[in-house]
Design a protein around this ligand. Sequence first.
Ligand code: SAM
Ligand code: SF4
Length: 337
Amino acid sequence: MIKKVSNSTTKLIDQFGRTVDYIRLSITDRCDFRCVYCMAEEMTFLPRDEVLSLEECARLVKIFVGLGVSKVRITGGEPLVRKNALWLFEEIGELEGLNELVLTTNGSQLEKQAQDLKNAGVKRINISVDSLHADRFKKITRTGELDKVLRGIQAAKLAGFENIKLNTVLLRGVNNDEARSLVKFAIEQAIDISFIEEMPLGEVGHARESTFCSNEETLNILKSEYTLTASTETTGGPARYWRVANSATKIGFISPHSHNFCERCNRVRITCKGELYLCLGQEDKIDLMPLLRDHPNNDEPVIEAILASMAIKPKGHDFDLRRTEAAVIRFMSHTGG
Ligand code: SAM
Ligand code: SF4
């Protein structure tokens, strides 16, 4: 169930009075896939010493939970290709005050890791799937094997997570004819699905405007096939949910281009370099890595910097598909989706 977790010990309140109780932490910029909307074919990844160690990730999560954060999403890059990633989940899984430890993954490692992740305390899991045709799946991810991901989804179902949700980016002329079949699959599997509008993050070699597929259009297509009822559930982000009649499935539409959600924004992002980004679509950030490394035994300077960052969290994002340059040059895999 999606619920807004209220936490009376919350200390992170920004300049507009919004409470921040949700962090998304990218634990690697690396990935075994090269999805066309996310990465260039040839990527240069960060050297290991420029990436937070897993110990530093755990320390940061503990600090944020101490500041009232109750939901943590681990993401990447592909978080599960990071060596010993499970250690991190085990280290933070049972933290008091952390009500929701959740994960976003491409599913390629789930067949092996789903049960351990569940045992470590991961409550919910988002798995990215953009096509149910193996050849198309390969074309979109450039390296991914659909079968492996489908086996990963089955492993996640067997492991018994509270919720499993597919994440799908529809691209015009590539996979936008699959909205119906992906929803049918989600209904058959009794899991949820969210459609994410493509965001202009990073230079990926195609004009985003030509592939952009609006959620409004997708919703209309789905309404012609299913009886959908708008749901009031919200995670404080850009997602709106619809329930599908006579099924266990919820359909989410994540429309980052809309500004309607910014006033309720409850989240910040931390990159694998320890940069705390206050908004996905803006450049405002502070660097936590030097503070973590200069003060290995004293959390106070890190806490002070995080508290001070609340004064620079922007009012809203600034995505515009008509721009010729990417609105924000960093890749989603760097910032964490
Ligand atoms: N590798 C994992 C995965 O694919 O789920 C986690 C990281 S990925 C960056 C997180 C989510 O961001 C995925 O669902 C992916 O589809 C989405 N994503 C990546 N680049 C995007 C873009 N330019 N616009 C919209 N969504 C994007
Ligand atoms: Fe990798 Fe996820 Fe980006 Fe695809 S969307 S390239 S799986 S990080």
